[in-house]
Design a protein. Structure first.
Length: 224
């Protein structure tokens, strides 16, 4: 049976690939914060509308409904830009020659299917953890490439999950081990005071997607 790349080689290959796209990926992550920037004025308006009456003890159902509506609008934009950013990041990793604008353009029509596959994957893993911890871990490893299957091969819904499981079959422990090492690296960086979370958001998180994509491609190589 063909073996996967040693983990050191996989990290090196991922890093070399990542360096070529680091600023494109960082710009995509920054784009995701537009949702938060849109959320701020909605929150400020809601506060201004409700603060004076509430502080005076004048509770109004209409003001409460307006506050709820503004909150929902703000949350929608936050989720929308966050989802768009995720899809664009995967597209930027998958495509060889791509810039910031092209990544966003490619991501736009994929957002619905991306969300659906992500939801199915999350529900499957959640169901596994409800049964017991071990089934949850198994499902997480089986379906960890479902998004890559969708982006790279345009398989949707449960077909993406099945293809991910098929790729992992026979290589569960090598995949599990590599994902654990990646998780340890991310955790160690997150412990860096103040700068750790910033590094994770703008650099480590995109690198993790690159690493997983390289592992996905390596699985396809050994499976072929």
């Amino acid at each position: 049976m063909e073996t996967l790349l040693p983990i050191i080689d996989l990290f090196k290959k991922s890093f070399d690939f990542y360096i070529k796209k680091v600023w494109t990926l960082a710009r995509i992550v920054l784009f995701g914060f537009l949702g938060l920037l849109i959320l701020l004025p909605f929150g400020l308006v809601a506060f201004i509308i409700s603060y004076a009456p509430f502080s005076a003890g004048n509770f109004s159902i209409n003001l409460i409904l307006i506050d709820i509506l503004l909150a929902l609008i703000g949350v929608f934009f936050t989720i929308f830009f966050g989802l768009w950013t995720q899809v664009a990041t995967f597209c930027a990793v998958k495509e060889n020659e791509i810039n910031f604008k092209k990544a966003l353009a490619l991501a736009w029509p994929k957002m619905g299917s991306f969300f659906w596959i992500s939801l199915l994957t999350a529900l499957a893993i959640f169901a596994g953890f409800i049964l017991l911890v071990i089934p949850g871990i198994i499902f997480a490893v089986w379906f960890c490439f479902s998004i890559f299957v969708f982006v790279a091969e345009d398989l949707r819904g449960t077909a993406a999950l099945k293809k991910s499981k098929q790729l992992v079959r026979g290589y569960f422990w090598p995949v599990f081990g590599r994902m654990i090492v990646l998780g340890i690296v991310v955790s160690l960086i997150s412990w860096i005071k103040f700068f750790g979370p910033i590094i994770n958001i703008f650099f480590t998180a995109p690198f993790a997607i690159v690493f997983e994509y390289m592992l996905f491609e390596d699985l396809k190589r050994v499976k072929s």
